[in-house]
Design a protein. Structure first.
Length: 53
């Protein structure tokens, strides 16, 4: 590991890794979005069911 005073150049491999990690993060956020959307729909259906009683 580099000391705080040492510097190193960012390589194209570093950038490729950052892009891959960002892409993975976006996929995870999309999955969370879908889960929240499904929960929202389920809660709306439960509310409608309770209102119909």
């Amino acid at each position: 590991m580099l000391a705080h005073t040492e510097e190193r150049k960012i390589t194209s491999g570093d950038i490729d890794q950052m892009i891959a990690e960002i892409d993975k993060g976006w996929e995870e956020l999309f999955d969370i979005h879908l889960s929240c959307q499904h929960i929202h729909i389920d809660l709306a259906l439960i509310l409608k069911s309770l209102d119909d009683e």
